[in-house]
Design a protein around this ligand. Structure first.
Ligand code: FAD
Length: 383
């Protein structure tokens, strides 16, 4: 394995850096949903117009057709430049689009992929249900075939950005009487279709970013099934591998910056003289470095096999747990000033409250540990 970047990649990094330096908006991404949506769409369009959206997506669908290494370089520079979180475009860009590239028909790709990249179509993910979160194979939302459509009934929950989404990656049971991961399908659901109702849920950070979605005889054309009827489990697994994939590189760059800031704060307020605090800051700095190395290793797997390996779960688990410890340390260093938090404050207390979700969303810490135990360490199944 060659460690390091070649001349072309180094040039590309310079190009990214220059563009970001000149174009990252001065204003912060708004916290309120409607303003945030407008901001996310405008920023995604700007990225697309300048050729920075879909760096490793095929050219025919609006991408640049560059390498995964160049995609990673872009993500690193993006985080380094303190560019805004892609927010409402997260599902489409990070895992909806990549799932379509891998599994969808030509028509589906040609229609949806450019719209995702331009920020014209917001996607959400309809996997979790009130009775099936970790246990995706236990879902009950059903689609009954009627003519050339699936008629869908049921409910999904914790659907991020449901209230602003145009499309949904929806996993449902399409074979009557089927059990577990058999008889499922992954379909593209129009979120504006009759029969869909959305009930927003407020998080403890104060934001409304997810919702419960109800389907009452919603008609989804059969041509919206991706990867074939009954193959939903296989397609959903590719979605999850993208969701838990290389995106964490940006988190790690951010975490590295956060540690620097925490060390400066601890120096300024004298708390660095507390051995426990100094020790923990040092430990976290070492962990970020280890996670970066592991992420590069996982990127090599992507280059070799086309998909991230189960190591993604190690990265996912440790990045989210480290993030929570960093935020806790930030609050500790703030001291009693942290008690003065109000919704709308964009500070470490907000990140701390929001950060509790990090070890739940996209698969809980316990589930990641199960995957690591079974698939990486070869231990017996826990159930
Ligand atoms: C901020 C946020 C955004 C989200 N966005 C989306 C989204 O856009 N789309 C979507 O579909 N879902 C989304 N989710 C849902 C998320 O994927 C689920 O919450 C998660 O998979 C856990 O499922 P659950 O909440 O049903 O908990 P459960 O599965 O009921 O788990 C409850 C507890 O039991 C533990 N547990 C369960 N099974 C096992 C086991 N086999 N071994 C050990 N422990 C176990 C879990 O780890 C957890 O601690 C989001 C969640 C959050 C917090």
């Amino acid at each position: 394995m060659e460690i390091g970047f070649n001349a072309e990649e180094t040039r590309f990094r310079e190009e990214c850096r220059e563009w970001l330096h000149a174009n990252v908006p001065e204003e912060k991404r708004p916290l309120h949903a409607a303003d945030a949506l407008e901001f996310d769409k405008a920023w995604q369009r700007r990225l697309f117009d300048a050729g920075w959206a879909g760096i490793n997506w095929p050219v025919e669908y609006g991408g640049r057709g560059l390498s995964i290494v160049q995609q990673v370089i872009w993500l690193e520079e993006y985080a380094q430049a303190d560019a805004p979180w892609i927010g409402a475009n997260f599902v489409g860009v990070n895992h909806g689009g990549p799932t379509l590239i891998m599994n969808a028909s030509e028509e589906q790709k040609a229609y949806h992929l450019p719209r995702i990249l331009k920020g014209d179509a917001i996607w959400c993910q309809g996997f979790s249900e009130p009775g099936a979160g970790s246990d995706l194979a236990g879902i009950n939302t059903r689609g009954r075939i009627e003519g050339d459509a699936l008629v869908v009934n049921g409910s999904k929950i914790w659907t991020s950005f449901a209230h602003v989404a145009d499309w949904q990656e929806l996993v449902l049971r399409t074979e009557e009487g089927s059990l577990r991961h058999k008889g499922l399908s992954w379909v593209i659901c129009d979120m504006h279709a009759p029969g869909i109702s959305i009930s927003p849920i407020r998080k403890m950070s104060g934001q409304v970013e997810f919702a419960q979605v109800f389907y009452d005889d919603v008609r989804i054309p059969l041509e919206n099934v991706v990867g074939g009827l009954g193959n939903g489990w296989r397609v959903a697994m590719s979605t999850l591998s993208f969701e838990r994939g290389t995106g964490f590189i940006a988190d790690q760059v951010k975490q590295s910056q956060e540690i620097d800031e925490l060390i400066s704060t601890a120096r300024a307020n004298g708390k660095i003289r507390d051995d426990r605090i100094a020790g923990e800051l040092g430990q976290m700095r070492a962990e970020v470095a280890a996670l970066r190395a592991m992420t590069y290793r996982n990127i090599s797997t992507v280059i070799r096999t086309g998909q991230p390996g189960p190591e993604s779960s190690v990265i996912r688990l440790f990045t989210s747990e480290l993030g929570q410890r960093l935020e806790r340390m930030g609050v500790l260093l703030m001291g009693s000033a942290a008690l003065d938090f109000r919704y709308g404050d964009d500070n470490i207390v907000h990140d701390y409250l929001r950060g509790f979700a990090a070890t739940i969303a996209g698969g809980t810490a316990q589930i990641q540990r199960d995957i690591i135990a079974e698939r990486l360490l070869g231990l017996p199944k826990s159930r």
